[in-house]
Design a protein around this ligand. Structure first.
Ligand code: GLU
Length: 503
C-alpha cells in the first residue's frame, strides 16, 4: 500500500437501511485493518440519500454495530473531520458544483425522456434481444431546444455521454479488469433537480474526501467501471479500487435473512462475542496463507493484506461461526465471562425484575436474580458447554430456580423400583443435611460407597440424583454440580423427588 503522497485513506459508505449486514461488517473490517496497518485513516461516510429507505435509528445502528466490533473510525458524521460533512445528504452543494463541472466539460447533457418513453425503449430492446440501453435520443438536442424546453417547465435529468471504448482498472484483489463501455449507453448521473444518483455522488464524495482506496463488495464492480470514466471526465485521479468477493449461502445464493442471522445486531442479541465475529468474518474471504485460525484484531492488523483476499466467493457457514464463538467463550477468564454473561442476560430480561427485552429469550421463564458469586460458580461449570451466550438459559437455569422438574422416566434408577429409588434418594438427602457437598471428594466417596451398599452400579445411582437436582440428564459433572448447588438445595431437591416417586 503506497504512502508516498501522504497516508492512505480508506472508507466505508454504508446506507442506513437497517442493521449492519455481515457483508458490510466484513467490508468495514477489511478497510479498517488496512487503514490501521498502513497508519492511514478510516473514514465513515453515511450514504443516506435514498431518503425513503433511511432512518436516523439505522444510522445509530451503524455506529453501534461498528463500535461493538471494536472498529473505530477517524472521521465520520458523529466525530467530524476536516473533509465533512460525512452524511451524503449534506453534500448536495458539492455534488451540484461537480455536476456543473461535468456539464461545462461537455460530458453530460439534459435528457427529457419520460419514464414511459424509457420503459418503451427497454421493452423494444428486450424484444430485439438487445441489451437495454439508452437510445441517445436527447444527446444531440440543440442548445436552443434544451433552453426552450426547460423554460417551458419540462423536467430533464443529467446524462453522462459515454464514449464507446474499453474501460479498465487494476483491482487490488482481482487484478486487471476491463469492460466495453459501448454496451452501457449514456447513463443518468443526476435527477432533474440536480441531486446526484449513487454512482456520481460516490465519485464526488470519494474525491472530495481524498479517499485513496475504495475496497467494497464485488457487487459494485459494474459501478466501478462507470465511476472510472467519471473520474476521467472530471480530470481527477482514480483511487485504487478493490472488490471483495460476495458472501453466499450454502446454495451459493446471495446471503439473505432466510439463511438465519445476517446482521451484526442479531449476532449481538444471540450472544456471540465480537472477537469471534471478527475472527470469523476476517477468514470469510481472506486467508493468512498458513494454517492459523485464531486471530485477535491486533494479530489481524499485522497479518492482513489485500493481496490475500480471496478471489472466489465466500460461503457463509453458521456452524463455523458457532465453533469460533465456542472457542472464544471457553478461552475467556471466568471473571470476564461472568461479567459479559450477566450483562447479556440482564439485557435479555432473564433476571426477574430487570427491564431488558424479555422477548429475546422466548420460551424462557425469568429466574430470581442470583448472588453474583453463585452465578459465577454456576457459569464456570457451563463454560465448556455453551457456544453462544444465548445457550446459557437452557443449561444454567436449574441452578437458579426454586424447583426443578425431573423427568420421571430417568428419576427411577434403572432396573429398580420407584420405592427403592426413593429410599436411596432419601438417604442421600439425609447425608447431605449433615455434610457439606462443597467437598467433592467427600461426596464422591459417600455416593460410591452407597452404591456398593445397595449393590447398584455407581451410574445407576447417579442418574436419579442428577435428574432430581437438575431436572436434566445432561449436566456438568455430578459432584461439581452438587458442590455449586450446596447442601441445602441438594437436600431439598432430593426430598421433592422422593415425594414425586412416592406419589
Ligand atoms: N452505499 C453503498 C452501499 O452500501 C456504498 C458502496 C461503496 O462503498 O461505494 O453499498
Amino acid at each position: 500500500m503506497s504512502t508516498e503522497a501522504g497516508a492512505p485513506r480508506f472508507r466505508i459508505a454504508p446506507s442506513p437501511t437497517g442493521s449492519i449486514h455481515v457483508g458490510t461488517a466484513r467490508t468495514a473490517l477489511y478497510n479498517w485493518l488496512l487503514a490501521r496497518k498502513s497508519g492511514g485513516t478510516f473514514v465513515l461516510r453515511v450514504e443516506d440519500t435514498a431518503r425513503d429507505r433511511n432512518r436516523p435509528e439505522w444510522e445509530q445502528a451503524i455506529y453501534n454495530g461498528l463500535s461493538w466490533l471494536g472498529l473505530d473510525w477517524d472521521e465520520g458524521p458523529d466525530v467530524g473531520g476536516q473533509y465533512g460533512p460525512y452524511r451524503q445528504s449534506e453534500r448536495l452543494k458539492q455534488h451540484r458544483r461537480h455536476l456543473q463541472r461535468l456539464f461545462e466539460r461537455g460530458h453530460v447533457y439534459r435528457c427529457f425522456c419520460s419514464r414511459e418513453q424509457l420503459a418503451e425503449e427497454r421493452k423494444a430492446a428486450q424484444r430485439a434481444k438487445l441489451p437495454p440501453r439508452y437510445s441517445g435520443r436527447c444527446r444531440n438536442l440543440s442548445e436552443a431546444e434544451v433552453k426552450s424546453r426547460l423554460e417551458a417547465g419540462e423536467q430533464a435529468s443529467y446524462r453522462f455521454k459515454v464514449a464507446a471504448r474499453e474501460v479498465e482498472f487494476d483491482d487490488l484483489v482481482l487484478g486487471g479488469l476491463r469492460e466495453d463501455a459501448g454496451l452501457w449507453g449514456d447513463f443518468i448521473v443526476a435527477r432533474s433537480d440536480g441531486s446526484p444518483v449513487y454512482n456520481f455522488a460516490v465519485v464526488a464524495d470519494d474525491h472530495d474526501m481524498a479517499i485513496t482506496h475504495v475496497l467494497r463488495g464485488a457487487d459494485h464492480i459494474s459501478n466501478t467501471f462507470k465511476q472510472v470514466v467519471m473520474y476521467e471526465a472530471l480530470g481527477w485521479e482514480c483511487p485504487r479500487f478493490g472488490h471483495i468477493p460476495l458472501t453466499l449461502n450454502a446454495k451459493r445464493q446471495k446471503l439473505s435473512k432466510r439463511d438465519g442471522s445476517v446482521s451484526i445486531q442479531e449476532y449481538r442479541d444471540q450472544g456471540y462475542l465480537p472477537e469471534a465475529v471478527n475472527n470469523f468474518i476476517a477468514l470469510l474471504g481472506w486467508n493468512p496463507g498458513d494454517e492459523r485460525e485464531f486471530f485477535s484484531l491486533e494479530e489481524l492488523v499485522s497479518a492482513f493484506s489485500a493481496e490475500r483476499i480471496n478471489r472466489a466467493n465466500a460461503i457463509f457457514d453458521q456452524e463455523r461461526l458457532d465453533w469460533f464463538n465456542g472457542n472464544y467463550v471457553r478461552d475467556l477468564p471466568i471473571a470476564e465471562l461472568s461479567r459479559l454473561a450477566w450483562d447479556y442476560l440482564e439485557g435479555c430480561g432473564y433476571f426477574a425484575g430487570s427491564n431488558g427485552a424479555a422477548a429475546r429469550l422466548e420460551g424462557i421463564e425469568p429466574v430470581e436474580r442470583p448472588a453474583r458469586e453463585y452465578f459465577e460458580a454456576s457459569l464456570a461449570l457451563e463454560q465448556e458447554r455453551i457456544r453462544r451466550l444465548s445457550d446459557l438459559p437452557g443449561v444454567i437455569s436449574f441452578f437458579f430456580r426454586d424447583k426443578v422438574e425431573p423427568d420421571l422416566k430417568f428419576l427411577v434408577a434403572r432396573r429398580q423400583t420407584p420405592q427403592a429409588t426413593a429410599a436411596a434418594l432419601a438417604q442421600v438427602a439425609d447425608w447431605s443435611d449433615r455434610n457439606d457437598v462443597a467437598d467433592q471428594a467427600l461426596t464422591e466417596g459417600y455416593l460410591r460407597g452407597l452404591a456398593e451398599e445397595l449393590g447398584w452400579k455407581a451410574g445407576i445411582l447417579f442418574m436419579p440424583i442428577r435428574m432430581a437436582i437438575t431436572g436434566s440428564r445432561a449436566t456438568p459433572p455430578l459432584f461439581a454440580t452438587m458442590a455449586v448447588l450446596g447442601s441445602e438445595r441438594v437436600s431439598s431437591r432430593l426430598r421433592a423427588a422422593v415425594k414425586l416417586l412416592e406419589e
